[in-house]
Design a protein around this ligand. Structure first.
Ligand SMILES: N=c1c2ncn([C@@H]3O[C@H](COP(=O)(O)OP(=O)(O)OP(=O)(O)O)[C@@H](O)[C@H]3O)c2ncn1[C@@H]1O[C@H](COP(=O)(O)O)[C@@H](O)[C@H]1O
Length: 96
């Protein structure tokens, strides 16, 4: 996954956080009555589904659930005001 793809997705998430459109799933995670727990629970569910897909060697489902994890992880970063560049910097440092 390219940096630009992650940056673009994060920018959309930040926009939804700012503008809170009524028809936006992302916005609903920022305004949920459960607060941050809504996105955290979703992230946990998607991680479990990802593991189950791996156990089944289900390649299609692995890609689907993996994308769900990346998206919900970015939402949780945005909820905590952690910029996408911090994540990318961390990955770059590890690459050496
Ligand atoms: N990448 C995503 C994305 N990934 C997952 N989801 C939503 O996350 C929810 C996941 O819930 P579920 O697990 O129940 O849904 P599911 O994946 O069909 O079901 P499972 O197979 O996982 O069980 C669904 O409603 C998906 O639509 C996403 N919603 C939005 N985005 C991105 O965010 C942008 C803005 O979306 P809105 O906020 O809706 O405007 C979109 O253009 C996309 O780029």
């Amino acid at each position: 996954m390219s940096d630009d793809l992650l940056r673009d997705l994060y920018a959309v998430i930040e926009d939804r956080k700012e503008t809170l459109p009524e028809d936006s799933y992302t916005a609903s995670l920022f305004t949920h009555e459960k607060g941050e727990n809504a996105a955290l629970e979703k992230l946990g569910e998607e991680a479990t589904e990802f593991v189950l897909a791996a156990k089944d060697s289900d390649r299609e489902e692995l890609a689907h659930e993996g994308a769900d994890i990346v998206y919900h992880m970015l939402v949780v970063l945005a909820q905590n005001d952690v910029d996408i560049e911090e994540l990318l910097d961390e990955l770059r440092e590890r690459r050496g």
